[in-house]
Structure formats: C-alpha cells, structure tokens
Ligand binder design. Structure first.
Ligand code: HEM
Length: 459
C-alpha cells in the first residue's frame, strides 16, 4: 500500500475488516513506514480508536462522551489535557523532587524481597513498589494503605479484562454473550475505581496544601484547577467522569509499564551475570546512593542507561501503537478507499528488532548504546529524522511519561542490583525464561522467580 501523495512506502498489509466500514491495516514493522505516518504525516495519524469500553461507558452515561488523554481526539481538549500533565505532574523540575518517594518505595521493596529470601517471585513486589510512587504523585502524600492496594488490584483487573474485551469477536451468540459479560465486569470495576478516586479527590479538595514533599504538586490538584476548552470558545472545569478516566490512565500507564520493564530488565540481568556485575560496579562507584540524586541517574550512569534502553528495545512494554485515520484523511493520503476509516497498528516490538537496522537484534547487548556502539546516539524517543526504536511512541502522541518512566526504572534497578545478587531460582539452571506474552502490557510469560543473596554478605 502506498501513501501516494507523500511518496512513502509503508510496507503494510491489509488484514480484513474488524468492523463495518473500517479497513484494518496491521503490523507495520518497517521503521521508515512508521516515520512516514507518525512523524511526517503526524496531523493525520494522531487519533487512536476509541476502545469499546469507552463507547459502552458513553452509553451508560446518557450519551455524554468522557475521555482520558489516551482516547481524546487530537485537538484543543487533548492539547489542554496534555499540556496540564506535562507542565504540572510530569514537569522535569517537579520530577527532580520525587527522590523521597522513590527512596521510601525502594526501601519497602528491598525489605519485602528480603523477607522471602532466597527464592523470590518478584512481580507483585515490583508492581506494589512502582504503584506506590505513581499513586503518591497522583494524589499526594497521604493515601491509606488499603486504598493503595484496592486501586492497584482494581486497575490490574481492569487491564486483564480489557485484553479479553479487545479481542476480535467471532460474531456468534456465545461470543456476543461473553463480550457483554466482559463489558459489564469492566463497567462495574470502573465504577468501583471511580468511587475511590473521587473520594480521594474530595479529600484533596478539602485539605489542599500548596505542595506535597516540597515542590511536588499532585496530578489531581492540577486537574481540579484546570479549565479546559468547552468547545464553544469558553472554558470549563474537568467533569468527574473525565477526572476518573484521567486518573485511571495515569495510574495504569504509569505503573504497569514500568513494573513490566523492570521485570524484563532483571530477567536479563539474571541471565547475563557479566552485565549484572558491570551494572553493580557502576552503581557502587556512584556511591550506591543513586536514589538520593536523580541527577546522577540521568547523567552519571551510562551503563545503567544502556541496560534500560536495551531492555526497552527488546521488550517495549506497550507492544503496539494504534491510529484511527478518518476516511477523509485516508482519501487524501491515497490509502484505501475514501469511504473507509482506517485502523493502523505499528508493531513497536518488531521495530526494535528490525534486522536491517539492528545487529543480532535478539541478543541482549547493552554495549550497543555506549559510545562507539551502533546505537550510541539512540535514546528512549526517536529523533526527528529516523526511527531506530520507539518504546515510548513518536509523533504528536508520544508518551508524556517517558521522563518519569526512565527515572523510576533506573532508580529501582540500580537499588535492586546494588542490594542483591540476582541468580536463576535453581542451582545449575541456565537462565530464566524470557518468552513474551502480549497482554495489556508486554510482560514475561513466566513471572520472574529468582534466587537472591545480599551483596553485602555474599561479596
Ligand atoms: C516503560 C514505561 C512506559 C512505556 C513503555 C510507555 C509507552 C507508551 C506508548 C508506546 C504510548 C503511545 C505513544 C503513541 O501513540 O505514539 C504511550 C502513551 C501514553 N503514556 Fe506511556 N509509557 C510508559 C510510561 C508512562 C508513564 C510513567 C506515564 C504517566 C504517568 C505514561 C502516560 C502515558 C499517557 C497519558 C499516554 C497518552 C498520551 C497521548 O495520547 O497524548 N506512560 N506510552
């Protein structure tokens, strides 16, 4: 298929209709094709398809559409919501002050792992620690432990069910019935989460302090104050249904992706003891206190950075990027017929392992990101001219959480490798299984189980 007006070859294939009047083009695996669409034609490729769950929510809301940042169409409301997120909760100057949150979460994580030595299943522990940081960024310092657990489990359940919901239906009666049940479960969970979020927001409204922990400003405070465009040239407050969706995606996108990336990275660190020792040496020479200074995480630890980038290249935890292209734009671009909307899906995973741009792409080799390596100039986001990897997407809708995500991954990873020696769970076992499973995020099929010993005792 050619995008004729722009002369770009997309290298995509048609996969048949997902829904009436929608032409599905899936699995774009060529980085040049992704660049052509998402960057060079970004204005046309900046909407995502609305998940069926949101459509059902709209119906149950009497036809009033509510959106989070991920689903809102590209336009003034998206712009206002995104600017608010990036200028407030995720602004680099504010992220510079999250060290106390990270330190507390890291200490809690190390203590929790320490209680289960020597063989530990790490997934739940990672998830709880990362969630705690993101939830405090969202709601401020005072969150009841019970609420934290309820939100984390509720969001995990929503993500598990959303995967079932997103699967194409065969159209049979049984499939329709299952789909309906899944949707009802999702709506019930969403309502339960909404209740908790709004209770916490109400508490915030009542006892607002200028900032928590110094210069942090909870995300919900910025949402309470935000005046978004109302579509008639005026401004309005963010409605409760929107607030719930925005909080849900902040917590969902901010925690699950990071915890999954940490699990992947630790798995490779277990399988490659040489990488682990280099990493541990770097952390050690930074004084082992990386958490207390986010600056050293960003600038002073090239090997840590390389390990995280290599992990994201191989296992981008958001495996696909989808775009819904309106039929008018499709006609303009010369893709498909003028009467069909398009659903395009870029395979982020395949781009990170594209054989024409990566040497031995299936090998975990952080050195490629170091000076002199084939990817020494590659970072978490693609530059404007070429895509080598895109774990955080690209174009107008690239991930606004990239800074926070990188910081959290590095902070936890450094602390964990500094504290423990990581080995496969059974003596003599060659390594852990790194088979992928595409769920809501791309996770490990076999949850990571490891044998841990404390470095201070073992060395
Ligand atoms: C390893 C961690 C993460 C990965 C791999 C990741 C990846 C992505 C990807 C691939 C997209 C879609 C980009 C596109 O369509 O071009 C995205 C969007 C988004 N992410 Fe992340 N993300 C991560 C962490 C975070 C964090 C920490 C937050 C915030 C707390 C966040 C919030 C969002 C939001 C709100 C969007 C939608 C942006 C928009 O539509 O304008 N993500 N992320």
């Amino acid at each position: 298929v050619l995008i004729r007006r722009r002369g770009c070859h997309t290298g995509v294939r048609r996969a048949g209709a997902l829904a009436p009047a929608a032409l599905v083009i899936q699995n774009i695996v060529d980085p040049a094709a992704a660049q052509c669409m998402l960057v060079e034609n970004a204005d046309h490729f900046s909407n995502r398809p609305a998940p069926p769950f949101l459509v059902a929510l709209e119906k149950s809301n009497g036809g009033q559409r509510g959106d989070g940042l991920t689903s809102v169409p590209y336009g003034p409301l998206w712009s206002a919501l995104r600017r608010n997120l990036m200028a407030e909760a995720l602004h680099p100057s504010r992220l510079g002050h999250i060290a106390p949150l990270q330190r507390e979460a890291t200490q809690g994580l190390i203590a929790a792992l320490g209680k289960e030595l020597p063989v530990v299943s790490v997934r739940e522990h990672l998830s709880a620690a990362v969630f705690s940081v993101v939830a405090h960024l969202c709601f401020g310092d005072d969150i009841d432990e019970g609420y934290l657990r309820a939100m984390r489990c509720g969001i995990r359940d929503i993500q598990l069910i959303a995967v079932v919901e997103a699967k194409p239906s065969s159209g049979s009666m049984l499939a329709k019935l299952t789909g309906w049940r899944v949707l009802r479960q999702l709506l019930a969970l969403h309502a339960r989460m909404g209740e908790i979020f709004l209770r916490l927001v109400a508490a915030r409204r009542e006892s607002r302090r200028p900032c928590d922990g110094g210069s942090r400003r909870p995300y919900v405070d910025s949402l309470i104050d935000l005046r978004a465009p109302d579509g008639d040239g005026g401004r309005r407050a963010v409605r409760d249904d929107e607030l719930v969706l925005l909080v849900l995606e902040f917590l969902g996108a901010g925690a699950g992706t990071v915890a999954a990336c940490l699990e992947w990275t630790l798995a490779h660190v277990v399988n490659d003891q040489e990488v682990q020792e280099k990493l541990s040496d770097e952390v050690q020479s930074a004084g082992g206190t990386v958490v207390s200074s986010s600056r050293s995480l960003i600038h002073g630890m090239p090997y840590l950075n390389a390990v995280v980038l290599e992990s994201l290249r191989m296992h981008p935890t958001v495996p696909f990027i989808q775009r819904h292209v309106h039929s008018d734009a499709a006609g303009f671009l010369g893709v498909g017929g003028t009467t069909s909307d398009l659903l395009m899906q870029v395979s982020v995973g395949a781009i990170g392992r594209y054989t024409k741009t990566w040497t031995d792409p299936d090998e975990f080799r952080p050195e490629r990101f170091l000076p002199g390596g084939e990817a020494e100039d590659v970072g978490p986001l693609p530059g404007p001219k070429e895509i080598r990897m895109m774990p955080f997407g690209t174009g107008h809708r690239f991930c606004p959480g990239v800074g926070l995500a990188m910081m959290n991954i590095k902070c936890f990873l450094a602390a964990l490798v500094h504290e423990f020696h990581w080995k496969p769970p059974t003596v003599g076992c060659a390594g852990v299984d790194v088979t992928e499973l595409n769920t809501f995020v791309k996770g490990m099929k076999t949850p990571l189980s490891v044998r841990l010993t404390r470095r201070t005792l073992s060395s």
